[in-house]
Design a protein around this ligand. Structure first.
Ligand code: PEP
Length: 253
Protein backbone atom coordinates (compact mmCIF):
# COMPACT_ATOMS: atom_id res chain seq x y z
CA UNK A 1 0.00 0.00 0.00
CA UNK A 2 1.40 3.35 -1.05
CA UNK A 3 0.67 6.28 1.29
CA UNK A 4 -0.83 9.06 -0.84
CA UNK A 5 0.91 12.41 -0.90
CA UNK A 6 0.15 16.02 -1.66
CA UNK A 7 3.20 18.29 -1.94
CA UNK A 8 2.94 22.07 -2.31
CA UNK A 9 5.64 23.81 -4.31
CA UNK A 10 5.47 27.46 -3.32
CA UNK A 11 8.10 28.39 -5.93
CA UNK A 12 9.58 31.92 -5.54
CA UNK A 13 6.60 33.22 -3.59
CA UNK A 14 6.09 34.50 -0.03
CA UNK A 15 8.22 36.62 2.27
CA UNK A 16 9.02 35.01 5.62
CA UNK A 17 6.01 36.79 7.13
CA UNK A 18 3.69 35.64 4.36
CA UNK A 19 5.01 32.07 4.64
CA UNK A 20 4.41 31.91 8.39
CA UNK A 21 0.93 33.42 7.99
CA UNK A 22 0.06 30.84 5.34
CA UNK A 23 1.32 27.95 7.46
CA UNK A 24 -0.54 29.22 10.53
CA UNK A 25 -3.74 29.22 8.49
CA UNK A 26 -3.16 25.74 7.04
CA UNK A 27 -1.84 23.93 10.08
CA UNK A 28 -5.06 23.32 12.08
CA UNK A 29 -6.93 22.28 8.94
CA UNK A 30 -4.23 19.96 7.59
CA UNK A 31 -3.75 18.35 10.98
CA UNK A 32 -7.31 17.02 10.86
CA UNK A 33 -6.60 15.03 7.68
CA UNK A 34 -5.16 11.54 8.10
CA UNK A 35 -3.69 8.74 5.99
CA UNK A 36 -1.78 11.05 3.67
CA UNK A 37 1.64 12.73 3.57
CA UNK A 38 1.19 16.51 3.46
CA UNK A 39 4.36 18.27 2.37
CA UNK A 40 4.93 21.99 1.94
CA UNK A 41 7.98 23.37 0.14
CA UNK A 42 8.47 27.07 0.91
CA UNK A 43 11.50 29.09 -0.27
CA UNK A 44 14.82 28.39 1.53
CA UNK A 45 14.65 31.56 3.61
CA UNK A 46 11.42 30.48 5.31
CA UNK A 47 12.33 26.85 6.07
CA UNK A 48 13.59 27.51 9.61
CA UNK A 49 10.60 29.64 10.63
CA UNK A 50 8.13 27.20 9.09
CA UNK A 51 9.87 24.27 10.76
CA UNK A 52 9.23 25.90 14.15
CA UNK A 53 5.58 26.55 13.29
CA UNK A 54 4.87 22.94 12.27
CA UNK A 55 6.63 21.37 15.25
CA UNK A 56 4.33 18.66 16.65
CA UNK A 57 2.09 18.74 13.56
CA UNK A 58 1.67 16.11 10.85
CA UNK A 59 2.83 18.54 8.14
CA UNK A 60 6.18 17.67 6.56
CA UNK A 61 8.69 20.06 5.08
CA UNK A 62 10.51 20.08 1.77
CA UNK A 63 12.94 22.34 -0.11
CA UNK A 64 12.70 23.28 -3.77
CA UNK A 65 16.30 22.78 -4.83
CA UNK A 66 19.78 21.89 -3.58
CA UNK A 67 23.40 21.81 -4.75
CA UNK A 68 25.22 18.49 -4.91
CA UNK A 69 28.41 19.32 -2.99
CA UNK A 70 28.49 19.06 0.80
CA UNK A 71 30.29 22.37 1.46
CA UNK A 72 32.85 24.75 -0.03
CA UNK A 73 33.33 27.69 -2.37
CA UNK A 74 29.97 27.61 -4.16
CA UNK A 75 28.65 31.09 -3.50
CA UNK A 76 24.90 31.25 -3.10
CA UNK A 77 24.32 27.50 -3.01
CA UNK A 78 22.76 25.33 -0.29
CA UNK A 79 23.95 21.78 0.40
CA UNK A 80 22.01 18.62 1.33
CA UNK A 81 23.82 18.59 4.69
CA UNK A 82 22.48 22.06 5.49
CA UNK A 83 18.96 20.98 4.57
CA UNK A 84 19.14 17.71 6.51
CA UNK A 85 18.53 19.66 9.76
CA UNK A 86 15.54 21.43 8.33
CA UNK A 87 13.49 19.24 6.05
CA UNK A 88 12.75 15.73 4.83
CA UNK A 89 12.03 16.16 1.09
CA UNK A 90 13.75 18.01 -1.75
CA UNK A 91 12.27 18.73 -5.16
CA UNK A 92 14.88 17.93 -7.82
CA UNK A 93 14.82 18.62 -11.55
CA UNK A 94 11.71 20.80 -11.67
CA UNK A 95 11.13 21.87 -15.27
CA UNK A 96 11.52 25.54 -14.29
CA UNK A 97 15.06 24.74 -13.13
CA UNK A 98 15.77 22.77 -16.29
CA UNK A 99 14.39 25.64 -18.42
CA UNK A 100 15.63 28.82 -16.67
CA UNK A 101 18.77 27.54 -14.92
CA UNK A 102 19.97 25.09 -17.58
CA UNK A 103 19.84 22.05 -15.33
CA UNK A 104 20.82 19.00 -17.33
CA UNK A 105 20.05 15.34 -16.70
CA UNK A 106 23.62 14.89 -15.46
CA UNK A 107 23.24 17.69 -12.90
CA UNK A 108 19.89 16.29 -11.77
CA UNK A 109 21.60 12.92 -11.29
CA UNK A 110 24.36 14.44 -9.11
CA UNK A 111 21.72 16.14 -6.99
CA UNK A 112 19.69 12.93 -6.58
CA UNK A 113 22.79 11.02 -5.48
CA UNK A 114 23.77 13.77 -3.02
CA UNK A 115 20.27 13.99 -1.55
CA UNK A 116 20.06 10.22 -1.03
CA UNK A 117 23.56 10.24 0.54
CA UNK A 118 22.36 12.85 3.03
CA UNK A 119 19.38 10.65 3.99
CA UNK A 120 16.83 13.02 2.45
CA UNK A 121 13.95 12.09 0.14
CA UNK A 122 14.08 13.42 -3.40
CA UNK A 123 10.94 14.33 -5.32
CA UNK A 124 12.26 13.85 -8.84
CA UNK A 125 10.35 15.82 -11.48
CA UNK A 126 10.21 14.50 -15.03
CA UNK A 127 8.01 15.51 -17.94
CA UNK A 128 7.88 16.17 -21.65
CA UNK A 129 7.58 19.52 -23.44
CA UNK A 130 4.60 20.35 -25.65
CA UNK A 131 6.43 19.70 -28.92
CA UNK A 132 7.67 16.36 -27.61
CA UNK A 133 4.14 15.42 -26.58
CA UNK A 134 2.74 16.42 -29.96
CA UNK A 135 5.44 14.42 -31.72
CA UNK A 136 4.41 11.29 -29.77
CA UNK A 137 7.74 11.23 -27.92
CA UNK A 138 6.46 11.35 -24.33
CA UNK A 139 7.53 7.83 -23.33
CA UNK A 140 10.90 8.15 -25.03
CA UNK A 141 11.61 11.44 -23.20
CA UNK A 142 10.49 10.08 -19.83
CA UNK A 143 12.56 6.90 -20.23
CA UNK A 144 15.63 8.99 -21.03
CA UNK A 145 15.03 11.37 -18.11
CA UNK A 146 14.70 8.40 -15.75
CA UNK A 147 17.83 6.74 -17.13
CA UNK A 148 19.91 9.91 -16.71
CA UNK A 149 18.48 10.96 -13.34
CA UNK A 150 18.88 7.55 -11.72
CA UNK A 151 22.32 6.57 -13.05
CA UNK A 152 24.31 5.05 -10.20
CA UNK A 153 21.33 4.98 -7.84
CA UNK A 154 21.25 1.39 -6.54
CA UNK A 155 18.21 1.36 -4.38
CA UNK A 156 15.79 4.30 -4.68
CA UNK A 157 13.52 3.28 -1.80
CA UNK A 158 12.88 6.83 -0.56
CA UNK A 159 12.53 8.37 -4.02
CA UNK A 160 9.26 9.96 -5.10
CA UNK A 161 8.61 10.76 -8.74
CA UNK A 162 6.46 13.65 -9.95
CA UNK A 163 5.30 13.35 -13.53
CA UNK A 164 4.86 16.95 -14.65
CA UNK A 165 4.20 17.55 -18.34
CA UNK A 166 5.89 20.92 -18.93
CA UNK A 167 2.94 22.21 -20.96
CA UNK A 168 0.58 21.66 -18.01
CA UNK A 169 2.60 23.56 -15.40
CA UNK A 170 1.15 26.94 -14.45
CA UNK A 171 -0.93 27.07 -17.65
CA UNK A 172 -4.35 26.16 -16.27
CA UNK A 173 -4.38 23.27 -18.77
CA UNK A 174 -4.10 20.08 -16.76
CA UNK A 175 -3.36 16.85 -18.61
CA UNK A 176 -6.05 14.25 -19.28
CA UNK A 177 -6.37 12.12 -16.15
CA UNK A 178 -6.77 8.76 -17.95
CA UNK A 179 -3.82 9.49 -20.22
CA UNK A 180 -1.82 10.53 -17.14
CA UNK A 181 -2.70 7.24 -15.46
CA UNK A 182 -1.27 5.37 -18.45
CA UNK A 183 1.85 7.51 -18.50
CA UNK A 184 2.45 6.97 -14.80
CA UNK A 185 1.88 3.24 -15.39
CA UNK A 186 4.61 3.45 -18.01
CA UNK A 187 6.95 5.16 -15.51
CA UNK A 188 6.21 2.42 -12.96
CA UNK A 189 7.06 -0.27 -15.54
CA UNK A 190 10.37 1.47 -16.28
CA UNK A 191 11.18 1.55 -12.57
CA UNK A 192 10.37 -2.18 -12.35
CA UNK A 193 12.76 -2.86 -15.25
CA UNK A 194 15.50 -0.66 -13.77
CA UNK A 195 15.07 -2.08 -10.23
CA UNK A 196 12.36 -4.57 -9.27
CA UNK A 197 8.59 -5.02 -9.15
CA UNK A 198 8.69 -4.55 -5.41
CA UNK A 199 10.43 -1.16 -5.67
CA UNK A 200 8.10 -0.05 -8.48
CA UNK A 201 4.94 -1.09 -6.63
CA UNK A 202 6.04 0.75 -3.50
CA UNK A 203 7.21 3.93 -5.23
CA UNK A 204 4.94 6.93 -5.02
CA UNK A 205 4.39 8.64 -8.35
CA UNK A 206 2.57 11.97 -8.33
CA UNK A 207 1.04 14.07 -11.08
CA UNK A 208 1.78 17.81 -11.31
CA UNK A 209 0.39 20.48 -13.65
CA UNK A 210 -2.47 22.92 -12.98
CA UNK A 211 -4.01 20.85 -10.19
CA UNK A 212 -6.71 22.60 -8.18
CA UNK A 213 -9.59 21.75 -5.86
CA UNK A 214 -11.92 21.19 -8.82
CA UNK A 215 -9.81 18.70 -10.79
CA UNK A 216 -7.83 16.77 -8.13
CA UNK A 217 -10.54 14.11 -7.65
CA UNK A 218 -10.44 12.90 -11.25
CA UNK A 219 -6.66 12.44 -11.03
CA UNK A 220 -6.49 10.63 -7.70
CA UNK A 221 -9.36 8.33 -8.70
CA UNK A 222 -6.87 6.81 -11.14
CA UNK A 223 -5.08 3.81 -9.63
CA UNK A 224 -1.53 4.69 -10.69
CA UNK A 225 -1.64 8.31 -9.45
CA UNK A 226 -0.60 8.52 -5.80
CA UNK A 227 -1.23 12.23 -5.30
CA UNK A 228 -0.10 15.56 -6.66
CA UNK A 229 2.69 18.09 -6.73
CA UNK A 230 0.80 21.37 -6.61
CA UNK A 231 2.19 24.78 -7.55
CA UNK A 232 -0.15 27.80 -7.74
CA UNK A 233 -2.99 26.23 -5.75
CA UNK A 234 -0.67 25.41 -2.84
CA UNK A 235 -0.46 29.14 -2.01
CA UNK A 236 -4.15 29.31 -1.10
CA UNK A 237 -4.79 27.66 2.27
CA UNK A 238 -8.37 26.53 1.71
CA UNK A 239 -7.69 25.26 -1.81
CA UNK A 240 -4.59 23.30 -0.76
CA UNK A 241 -6.44 21.82 2.22
CA UNK A 242 -9.30 20.77 -0.08
CA UNK A 243 -6.81 19.05 -2.45
CA UNK A 244 -5.26 17.16 0.47
CA UNK A 245 -8.66 16.22 1.90
CA UNK A 246 -10.07 14.91 -1.38
CA UNK A 247 -6.91 12.89 -2.00
CA UNK A 248 -7.04 11.30 1.42
CA UNK A 249 -10.77 10.52 1.07
CA UNK A 250 -10.44 8.96 -2.38
CA UNK A 251 -7.18 7.08 -1.83
CA UNK A 252 -8.19 6.02 1.68
CA UNK A 253 -11.24 4.14 0.41
C1 PEP B 1 4.68 22.84 -10.11
O1 PEP B 1 5.24 23.90 -9.95
O2 PEP B 1 5.27 21.79 -9.86
C2 PEP B 1 3.30 22.85 -10.62
C3 PEP B 1 2.72 21.70 -10.88
O3 PEP B 1 2.71 24.07 -10.79
P1 PEP B 1 1.14 24.37 -11.06
O4 PEP B 1 0.35 23.51 -10.11
O5 PEP B 1 0.98 25.83 -10.78
O6 PEP B 1 0.87 24.01 -12.47
Amino acid sequence: MRVPMTAGNWKMNTTIREATDLVSEMRPLLDQIENIDKVICPPFISLAAVKELIRGSSIKLGAQNVYFEEEGAYTGEISPLMLADLCEFIIIGHSERRQYFNETGELVNKKILAVLRAGLKPILCIGERLEENEAGKTEEILAEQLRLSLAGVDYPRSLIIAYEPVWAIGTGKAANSKQTNETIGFIRCKIAKLYSDEIAQNMRILYGGSINADNIAEFVQQPEIDGALVGGASLKATEFVSIVKQTSQIKGR
